[in-house]
Design a binder for this molecule. Structure first.
Ligand code: GPV
Length: 853
């Protein structure tokens, strides 16, 4: 297997392996190696950024060594792999996580210290990998961590956006300003460019169908662009398995179109290349669920680029989806061809998971490859497709059917003519089956069709994903029920219950406890006498026996205080707010969206303020002091003003200051979440019932010993089942009541509670500055609809907040609740979720990488 002298190879490999030893001296040597050679610096000329880069590159060397062993072993063993197709991977920072997963944080800490640097400061030079919007993208990142940790052979496939999620700045009017995220500015040590492995992707062109309805077609002409892979190694915790996230970067194929260049048309030669590169220039910052609603806390500003260039923007998004899907399938099929197996065996080697409908074009693309390029019979190809794909739906089902992804037929015809034909053919054969099963039911055919009639006609991507997959799952028990009931009832009748299932989301305890809350992690390890909980989160149950132990409670509480202090320092260094370190920290951080009801929270804060104002100073002292923390990005083109107007007034009121303060933290991100979440006493998950598919930050807060206030929505319900109702502050109407309450609003029969009217009067009196800033918000509540039922849930929300105050006063019982909460969160490990996918959807087995590999 070695070219040349095998002995020389073996000796070289053995010698090189010494550079991967985990002792401090080796670590220092490797860092200095990168300082001197890779970065071409001398020690006197080294700053924190350089040190970060050198240390990161040396960690990368370790990752690549394991990555190589893993990939080689997987290939040799002909293993079945999972391919997780996600348009977003919200990875955050890699350095700390990689050191912890590799088990080298200690030598890096000590080595850097000897070389004159502090590990935490060095780590702070890293920019977040913000290749995602929110929950969906972060879920993908947690799942990749678990896949590697569980030794499941897996690839993530996504796009390499030059600009990730925008950086958020709050201007002096309290509005959000979006600025580009130059995450690649200082180069990215976590990726391996594979410039030689580019894939050609066709766009536009001409298509023909085969001679008969199911025959092979053709697709020629048009424009060819390149997709260039960059690989990001994903190490498992305490295992050798190092999986891969392959990110595709678009490039022009004709960037050196010599014919044009020589003809003197330099600009034309460059233009096409630039157009191609535009495809992966930027992450779309408003995903499907953020698209449809008119906003509240924030006002619509219709002049934004994405709105103005509506169709151009849409075409670009479709190009993104296709380039990504086509390059990934090309890769998967190339790997499969090397096995020299018949195509009918494809599903035995490949499980492809569609993370929402964004990659649904993979279904017609695989059909095209199989039928047009590989000459497979249509029906066999369709069978292969269905056995390969699984589809995860993430849409809050109760009311967002209109948020499901649809693409205009003329747009698909223009960009992907062959795929449009294939979609039509899939539809024709599918509707034949429907007709056979439910004869003479034209309404049903119209409802189930892949094509929605209208001007223009639209392709319903969710229907295509459902019929092209062998499993469809929702992301929490309630959500999965609603997916069947409200989203796809016809498809349940057609295919039966078994195609539809639930996999409740999970989070990785490596990042969301071990890494972000090292003190709590150490206390847990000490109490349990082992670190096994990091790999088996159910082991946290062992903490239960300390829940009432006074000494343990004290240590537990002092760690919360240290985390609170850390957040307060962050707040005081980034805002001009002075905070009371003893205040209960009440947090709502997540994308800003009408259905998540940040408005309910801020109206509640105003009510608290009005109540405090009515009290005498000595009475105020008896009320639990509070710090309300908000954070989150809104879709661009909206501007935020309300939260900041309220916080301005309240924070400036010196009578109230120590009892209540309100901060909005700009630029919420994974790394900011790592500071905020461990500090929280209470966090808010208060969406209108039935609208939040799952939520995952609820799990992170609870795992870090924060209590939840929430509605009976998404994963909140299952979290309460696990940790005990008595430890969750539930309020509000349930999903079943939502339609009736909405009808009451439409009929003008809704009642508005007096507490809400008091708040509205205060706003309109100008207490928080220009009341006009709030009119768009008030309009959504009083303009005759209150679609998200703020008025219906307001009174019970305030009541739940009063219960929080009552509970917090009895500190010992509060701390006991928080210990129970952490102890019972094992179910929400992404390891559990991924094992469930592996068993019930992917049919894949763990593969341990041997030490000798
Ligand atoms: I659809 N989600 C998201 O982040 N982006 C989307 O485009 C869609 C859903 C979120 C849901 O809103 C959360 O409730 C859920 O926890 C998360 O996906 C992961 O499943």
């Amino acid at each position: 297997i070695f070219p040349g002298d095998a002995k020389a190879w073996k000796a070289a490999i053995a010698k090189n392996a010494e550079t991967l030893k985990k002792d401090v001296e080796t670590v220092e040597a490797q860092i200095s190696h990168h300082v001197h050679t890779t970065l071409a610096r001398a020690p006197f000329n080294v700053d924190e950024l350089t040190m970060y880069q050198a240390a990161a590159l040396s960690v990368r060397d370790r990752l690549i060594a394991r990555w190589n062993e893993t990939q080689t072993f997987h290939t040799q063993q002909r293993v079945k792999r999972v391919y997780y197709l996600s348009l977003e991977f919200l990875m955050g920072r890699q350095f700390d996580n990689a050191m912890l997963n590799l088990g080298v944080k200690k030598p890096y800490n000590d080595g850097l210290k000897q070389l004159g640097f502090n590990l935490e400061d060095v780590s702070d030079s890293e920019r977040d990998m913000g290749l995602g919007n929110g929950g969906l993208g972060r879920l993908a990142a947690c799942y990749l961590d678990s896949l590697a940790t569980l030794d499941i052979p897996a690839f993530g496939y996504t796009l390499r956006y030059q600009q990730g999620i925008f950086r958020q700045i709050i201007n002096s009017n309290g509005e959000q300003v979006e600025v580009p995220d130059p995450w690649l500015e200082n180069t990215n040590p976590w990726e391996i460019p594979r410039l030689d492995a580019a894939v050609e992707i066709r766009l536009h062109g001409e298509a023909t169908r085969g001679d008969n309805a199911k025959g092979a077609g053709t697709w020629t002409g048009g424009l060819e662009v390149l997709a260039v892979p960059y690989d990001i190694p994903v190490p498992g915790f305490g295992t050798k398995t190092t999986n891969n996230i392959r990110t595709w970067s678009a490039r022009g194929k004709v960037s050196f179109d010599l014919a044009k260049f020589n003809a003197g048309d330099y600009e034309a030669a460059v233009r096409e290349a630039e157009e191609a590169e535009t495809i992966t220039r930027v992450l779309y910052p408003n995903e499907a669920s953020l698209r449809h609603a008119t906003y509240i806390l924030v006002q619509v500003e219709l002049t934004h680029d994405f709105e103005q260039n509506f169709d151009k923007g849409k075409a670009l998004r479709l190009k993104q989806q296709y380039l990504w899907v086509a390059a990934s399938l090309h890769d998967i099929c190339r790997r499969f061809r090397k096995l020299r197996e018949p195509w009918t065996a494809f599903p035995d080697y490949n499980a492809i998971q569609l993370n929402d409908t964004h990659p649904t074009l993979a279904i017609p693309e695989l059909m095209r490859i199989l039928v047009d390029e590989e000459g497979q019979p249509w029906d066999e190809a369709w069978d292969i497709v269905r056995r390969t794909f699984g589809y995860t739906n993430h849409t809050g089902a109760a009311l967002m059917t209109e948020a499901l992804e649809r693409w205009a037929v003329p747009l698909i015809e223009w960009l992907l003519p062959r795929h449009m034909q294939i979609i039509y053919d899939i539809n024709a054969f599918f509707l034949e089956e429907v007709e056979k099963k439910f004869p003479n039911d034209r309404a049903r055919l119209a409802r189930m069709s892949l094509i929605e009639e209208g001007y223009p006609k639209m392709v319903r991507m969710a229907h295509l994903a459902v019929i092209g997959s062998h499993r469809v799952n929702g992301v929490a028990a309630l959500h999965s029920r609603l997916v069947k009931q409200d989203l796809f009832p016809d498809f349940v009748e057609m295919f039966g219950q078994d195609r539809f299932t639930n996999v409740t989301n999970g989070i990785t305890a490596r990042r969301w406890l071990y890494q972000c809350n090292p003190q709590l992690a150490a206390l847990i390890t000490q109490a349990l006498g082992t670190e096994e909980w990091i790999l088996d989160l159910d082991k946290l149950k062992g903490l239960e026996k300390y829940a009432r132990d006074k000494k343990f409670q004290k240590e537990w509480a002092s760690i919360k205080q240290a985390n609170r202090d850390r957040l307060c320092e962050y707040i005081e260094s980034t805002t001009d707010v002075k905070v009371n370190r003893k205040a209960l920290i009440d947090v709502q951080v997540k994308r800003i969206h009408e259905y998540k009801r940040q408005s309910l929270n801020i109206l509640g804060v105003i009510f608290r303020y009005l109540t405090l104002k009515k009290l005498k100073p000595e009475e105020r002292k008896r009320v639990v002091p509070r710090l309300s923390v908000f954070g989150g990005k809104a879709a661009p083109g909206y501007y935020m003003a309300n939260i900041n107007a309220v916080s301005k007034t309240i924070n400036a009121d010196k009578d109230i200051r120590e009892h209540l303060s309100v901060v909005f933290l700009a630029d919420y991100s994974v790394s900011l979440a790592e500071i905020i979440i461990p500090a929280s006493d209470l966090s808010e998950h208060i969406s209108t019932a039935g609208t939040e598919a799952s939520g995952t930050s609820n799990m992170k807060f609870a795992l870090n010993s924060g209590l939840l206030i929430g509605t009976l929505d998404g994963a909140n319900i299952e979290i309460a089942e696990a940790i005990g109702d008595e430890n969750v502050f539930f309020f509000g109407n349930v999903t079943e009541d939502v339609p009736r309450l909405r009808r009451a609003h439409q009929a003008g029969e809704a009642q508005y509670p007096p507490e809400l009217m008091e708040v509205v009067d205060a706003i309109r009196s100008g207490m928080f500055g220009d009341g006009g800033v709030f009119e768009p918000l008030l309009n959504t509540i009083f303009g005759g609809k209150d679609y998200y039922l703020i008025s219906d849930d307001f009174t019970s929300y305030l009541e739940a907040q009063r219960m929080v105050d009552v509970a917090f006063v009895d500190q010992s019982s509060w701390v006991e609740k928080t210990i129970h909460t952490t102890a019972r969160m094992g179910r929400f490990a992404s390891d559990r979720a991924v094992m469930q996918y592996a068993d019930e959807i992917w049919n894949v087995e763990p593969v341990k990488i041997p030490d000798s590999a």
